[in-house]
Design a binder for this molecule. Structure first.
Ligand SMILES: Cc1ncc(COP(=O)(O)O)c(C=O)c1O
Length: 361
């Protein structure tokens, strides 16, 4: 039977809630009342058969690309689906990073790809190792898929490595799909999209995670115009046309992106400072710390993360994402950037739960 679900998304919708919710990956919702828009300009219907031109242009300008390369989508989720479905035929070999964001694997399985993996290892700071990618690619590989920043670790892959991956892919006639949904949380010297690194790069992103406007579902794919056209045609089978009021509000968000960015950065930086202090005095965890991003992926040095997280949720009303969703059951993912008071108390409760475990063991 064909794979038709995402266990991670189902878990996050049904099992992740807690008073101290550190099972997040996006920043705090940006309050609608703080977005300077004139509601009289909102409309229900508009000219958006294959995207609303002003929004396509705003996305294109954000990345410095041609609007013909932009395909609007409902979040990065649909962007990943559209991109992969337009590229992959059943049986095609697809090389995906490990650990990976679960739904990327789910989409590949759903599309009946022959999924191969290349490893990012903790001892190497979770970096992408081009030698490992070269070892795993075959002449049958049609697509390499990575996330940058990496989910779950938030590790940034530099352009020099991305370029190498692009070269390796090109030698096999493959494309590289880079999910950049977290890239704009690199606040200093924000890297340009990897789409500029060569014609075999396809990029997905959205305003959902690092700008606090997830509900607008403003996502997109960047692809060469001929591939973009395939995605537009394929999208006729999925959502046909976008929600126009959502497009207008997304355009307003683009026009005030700095406002959204400054607010998110303030919370993220406060949370990261707390996290640094927490990790320094926490002997039960080891973690690769990053300067940017909304998540951290610590390893539990003793014991099993699933059992620990169950207890954390039921006894301490605090949640984090089990590493099993990233095929790393000794790890768990902590999210920052929502509410610093909540984050501080969540860390405090993780600390207390770990201390209880140490006594029990
Ligand atoms: C790497 C990655 N891609 C895509 C998504 C989905 O994003 P969106 O909310 O834009 O659909 C997520 C959400 O957590 C993610 O972590």
């Amino acid at each position: 039977m064909r794979h038709k679900q995402s266990d991670y998304i189902h878990w996050s919708k049904t099992q992740s809630r807690a008073r101290f919710n550190l099972a997040t990956s996006g920043v705090a919702p940006f309050p609608f009342r703080e977005l300077p828009i004139d509601l009289k300009e909102l409309e229900i219907n508009g000219d958006d058969s294959y995207g609303y031109a002003p929004l396509q242009q705003a996305i294109a300008a954000h990345h410095g690309v041609d609007p013909d390369c932009v395909v609007e989508s409902a979040g990065t989720s649909m962007a990943n689906h559209l991109a992969m479905a337009a590229i992959i035929e059943p049986g095609d070999e697809v090389l995906i990073e490990h650990p990976a964001y679960g739904p990327i694997l789910d989409i590949a399985e759903y599309l009946q790809a022959n999924v191969k993996r290349f490893r990012r290892v903790e001892e190497n700071g979770w970096a992408i190792d081009p030698v490992e990618v070269r070892r795993c690619i075959t002449p049958k590989t049609c697509l390499i898929v990575i996330t940058n920043l990496h989910n779950p670790t938030s590790v940034l892959t530099p352009d020099s490595v991305l370029r190498e991956i692009g070269d390796i892919a090109r030698s096999a006639g493959a494309l590289v799909l880079v999910d950049e949904v977290y890239l704009d949380s690199v606040y200093d010297n924000t890297p340009r999209t990897s789409f500029h690194l060569g014609p075999n790069f396809v990029v997905t992103s959205s305003l959902t995670k690092v700008y606090g406007v997830s509900g607008l579902r403003c996502g997109w794919v960047l692809a060469q115009p001929d591939v973009a056209l395939k995605m537009h045609r394929l999208n006729d089978l999925y959502s046909a046309t976008p929600v126009h009021p959502g497009e207008l509000l997304s355009l307003a968000a683009f026009q005030h992106l700095d406002l959204l960015r400054v607010r998110a950065r303030r919370i993220l930086e406060a949370d990261r400072k707390l996290l640094r202090g927490f990790l320094k005095q926490e002997p039960a965890l080891s973690a690769v710390e990053t300067k940017w991003g909304t998540t951290l992926f610590p390893r539990l040095l003793n014991g099993e993360a699933d059992a620990f997280l169950e207890r954390l949720r039921f006894e301490f009303d605090t949640s984090a994402v089990p590493g099993r969703f990233f095929e790393m059951p000794d790890h768990f993912r902590i999210g920052m950037g929502v509410n610093t008071e909540m984050f501080a108390e969540g860390l405090n409760r993780i600390d207390r739960a770990l201390a209880c475990d140490t006594i029990r063991n």
